[in-house]
Design a protein around this ligand. Structure first.
Ligand code: NCD
Length: 274
């Protein structure tokens, strides 16, 4: 499968609308589209587009849908992908809407955990870092509850996941969820730790973000043997570089899994035209 070229989406065009920074999401979707024989157009920042002239998101989407068969969007506003989908006649994929959701990241996270551990059910999985602002964590938390994982939420007290988010999935799926701010303790007997950076761009006070960056950090001494270490990337300093040498460090492999998983997403989403 790796590096294989298909013509499944020959003649199809994916439009990538990135109003917020991205490396992996945008480029792995592009690679996925190329591998499936399709074409890609789009932008990686709003600079150079009519958005700087004051065009609204919905007007931009109404135009781009005329140029493409599917729209991938990342935007700082929570609910932006849903709004785009409401005005678009072509399918819209959410590539991250503010601090809300990042569904295709979650699909590749689930795929990675299943590949490494053989299952998601009953795995003890620690979500560690900025649980208040990280969309990757919100989406993954929900999915882990849905698939029967045992979830431990570990964050500084100020960066806890919202009560409503925790409660919604816990009640809906009857999930086992614990909360703590003790990094060392949370990692004891864990099967997987999923770390994310402090999302400084979503803080009102950047100094506060920097302080937390220093305090919440995973180093080899804290990690039990056989634990799998995941991260959606980019890493800032929340995982020490010495962790990269450990056999459980799987974050680069995880990023690579974005290509086959997004190939599957694109194939499914583009099926509307066949
Ligand atoms: C994440 C994002 O943009 O939410 N990156 C990604 O898509 N792999 C994580 C982050 O920015 O911290």
């Amino acid at each position: 499968m790796e590096n294989k070229q298909f013509d499944t989406l020959k003649d199809r065009i994916l439009a990538t609308l990135f109003f917020e920074a991205s490396t992996r999401t945008r480029l792995s979707f592009e690679t996925a589209m190329h591998r499936l024989g399709g074409k890609v157009l789009g932008f990686g920042s709003k600079e150079g587009t009519s958005v700087v002239k004051g065009e609204s998101l919905t007007d931009t989407v109404r135009v781009i849908e005329k140029y493409s068969d599917c729209i991938l969007i990342r935007h700082q506003l929570e609910g932006s992908a849903r709004l785009a989908a409401e005005v678009s006649n072509v399918p819209v994929i959410n590539g991250g809407d503010g601090g809300n959701q990042h569904p295709t990241q979650t699909l590749l996270d689930l795929y990675t955990i299943k590949k490494i551990r053989g299952s998601i059910e009953k795995q003890r999985i620690v979500l560690l870092g900025d649980l208040k602002h990280a969309r990757t964590m919100r989406s993954l938390y929900y999915a882990l509850c849905m698939y029967g994982a045992e979830v431990i939420l570990c964050s500084p007290p100020e960066l806890r996941m919202s009560r409503e988010t925790i409660q919604e999935a816990r009640t809906r799926f009857g999930a086992t969820v614990q909360e703590t701010s003790d990094v060392k303790k949370s990692l004891e007997n864990a099967d997987v730790v999923y770390v994310c950076r402090i999302q400084k761009e979503r803080f009102e006070d950047e100094l506060e973000a920097r302080r937390m960056q220093r305090e919440f950090r995973v180093t080899p001494e804290l990690l039990p043997e056989n634990i799998a270490i995941l991260h959606p990337l980019p890493r800032v300093n929340e995982i020490a570089h010495s962790v990269d040498e450990m056999s459980g460090a799987k974050y680069f492999e995880q990023a690579g899994n974005g290509v086959p998983v997004r190939m599957a997403v694109l194939k499914k989403v583009m099926a509307w035209k066949t």
